[in-house]
Design a protein around this ligand. Structure first.
Ligand code: TAP
Length: 491
């Protein structure tokens, strides 16, 4: 485990010499200390990224050259995948099979953007058809500049990959501030980049607190673009800071994603996807299936089957064989989820199952899979992200009611519809105000497909070619091909 920051291709102690404890959420034990970077470390990192961008020629490399580095990084991550997955479990708490999946996806993300970087070479020379043949116009895509990337703790290495891979593919340089709770694999990513011989300053990783290192990155005048994933509150603050000097900003924020089950749905299939949607990663997922809307005819049956399956989930240390639900990431998150369930009950909700720490587990930030019903529409539990293994289940009568209930949210990240009626699924998919709609499934995520939300779930899209666009400026270059300038003017 690393003890230093990665700035300008070198490992460095933070100027303050401060550290932050790393706590294993399964045992509550301190297992390590990471460096606590501050404003001065961020300044050094941004200056290094600036120099790598302005003077060292990173944006002038071809996409094919950048792809070589990205593929090397992917290969090196794969070569260390088991070690990285175990580190992720110690830091975040998620079950090992999930962590293995994340590491594989992170490597895949670097490979994918290597391919898009190569395509950029051919895309950028295209001529544009314009209405005056005395001019020739072409459009080129160029890197935005120095990126400040800020990520949360729910998918530590994967979220780092979602920011770093497209930024580097585009020709940007980046300073990444991982979440204070889960920085271990981000620091390993720095080691991987060093081993891949990525030029100095292109990727810098500064661990530390959001209010210190994060804030310094957000307000640094030499940062051109901010790419953030996390809470709406911090996202809104970052957008306000970015507005002061018109930094580009992309935000991936929270959600309160609905899943609609119609009477004609395959109930067993619906139950499986709901389980996956709300209990995977302990429900600490921005797109988590946190509101389940069930048509009257199948409500009782679905609730009974979901409750039965939720009670069967094996809870424990993510490193143990067969565990499906690990601890929440931190004491703070445990307290927040517990408080949200107490508040839901005070507001009138019924706890069908779960609602507390599992009696058998005395230590660790464990919380039972929890199903709430009778949750008032104006309550915190119905409206706000709980970010834990807590699902609200509610009945509806008609398709129109279901769509209205689903859309009655300030969020619009994801939604799902379960029905065997193809026409209905198409109709409802279009009516749902969300950036991602799944039909007869929930949560499958593909590096090739856009990821992001409507309304207060964010701005911009990650992944796919849309994710690359986040890190590109569009420039038109227009040439006058006649030698009669005045003639053009008077015409
Ligand atoms: P946030 O507080 O939003 O933190 C996300 C990132 O922003 C972290 O790296 C954080 O640093 C940093 N940050 C905090 N304040 C900052 C500031 N003033 N300037 C710049 N960066 C700053 O989310 P969290 O604490 O990880 O989780 C809180 C809630 O956010 C969760 O309960 C959940 O509802 C939501 N959340 C959503 C998502 C997604 S994917 N949408 C992911 C995680 C959490 P620190 O690590 O030091 O706080």
């Amino acid at each position: 485990m690393r003890t230093q920051l990665y700035i300008d291709g070198q490992w460095a102690d933070p100027i303050s010499k401060g550290t932050l404890d790393v706590i294993n959420p399964a045992t509550e034990e301190v297992i390590h200390a990471i460096p606590k970077g501050g404003a001065q470390d961020i300044d050094l990192a941004v200056r290094a990224a600036r120099r790598a961008f302005d003077q060292d020629g990173w944006p002038q490399t071809t996409g094919a050259q950048r792809a070589v580095y990205l593929r090397r990084i992917a290969e090196l991550i794969r070569g260390r995948s088991e070690e990285l997955a175990r580190l992720e479990v110690l830091d975040n708490g998620k079950p090992l099979p999930e962590a293995r999946w994340d590491i594989g996806d992170a490597a895949g993300c670097f490979d994918y953007y290597a391919g898009l970087a190569e395509n950029l070479d051919s895309d950028s020379s295209a001529d544009l058809a314009i209405s005056d043949d005395r001019f020739r116009t072409k459009v080129v895509k160029e890197a935005v500049g120095v990126v400040g990337g800020i990520i949360p703790w729910n998918y530590p290495l994967l979220m780092a990959a979602w920011k770093v891979a497209p930024a580097l593919a585009a020709g940007c340089t980046i300073v990444l501030k991982p979440a204070e709770n889960t920085s271990l694999t981000a620091l390993e990513l720095a080691a991987v980049a060093q081993q891949a011989e990525l030029p100095a300053g292109v990727l810098n990783i500064v661990t530390g607190l959001g209010g210190e290192a994060g804030q310094a990155l957000v307000t640094h005048p030499q940062v051109d673009k901010l790419a953030f994933t996390g809470s709406g509150k911090v996202g809104s603050h970052i957008m306000a800071e970015a507005a002061k000097d018109i930094k580009r900003v992309s935000l991936e924020l929270g959600g309160k994603s609905p899943l609609l089950v119609f009477d004609d749905a395959d109930i067993e299939n619906a139950v499986e996807w709901i389980m996956f949607g709300i209990f995977w990663n302990q429900g600490q997922v921005c797109s988590a299936t946190s509101r389940v809307l069930v048509q009257e005819g199948v409500y009782e049956k679905l609730l009974a089957r979901l409750t039965e399956e939720a009670r069967k989930i094996t809870i424990g240390d993510g490193l143990e064989e067969g565990v499906l639900l690990g601890p929440l990431v931190s004491k703070q998150q445990y307290d927040q989820v517990s408080a949200a369930v107490v508040r839901a009950q005070e507001d009138g909700a019924q706890v069908v199952t779960g609602g507390a720490r599992p009696a058998a587990l005395g230590k660790g930030y464990y919380f039972q899979p929890t199903i709430l019903t009778e949750v008032p529409l104006d309550s915190h539990a119905w409206k706000e992200e709980i970010f834990g293994p807590v699902v609200c289940v509610r009945r509806f009568a008609t398709e129109q009611d279901a769509v209205a209930l689903a859309n009655d949210s300030r969020y619009g990240l994801a939604a799902a519809v379960m029905t065997t009626d193809a026409k209905r699924s198409e109709r409802v998919a279009h009516a749902l105000r969300a950036g991602i709609v799944w039909i007869n499934c929930s949560q499958p995520t593909f590096t090739e497909a856009p990821w992001g939300g409507y309304k207060q779930s964010g701005i911009g899209r990650e992944l796919g070619k849309w994710g690359l666009e986040n890190y590109l400026e569009t420039k038109q270059i227009t040439a006058y091909t006649s030698n009669d300038a005045w003639g053009w003017y008077v015409k």
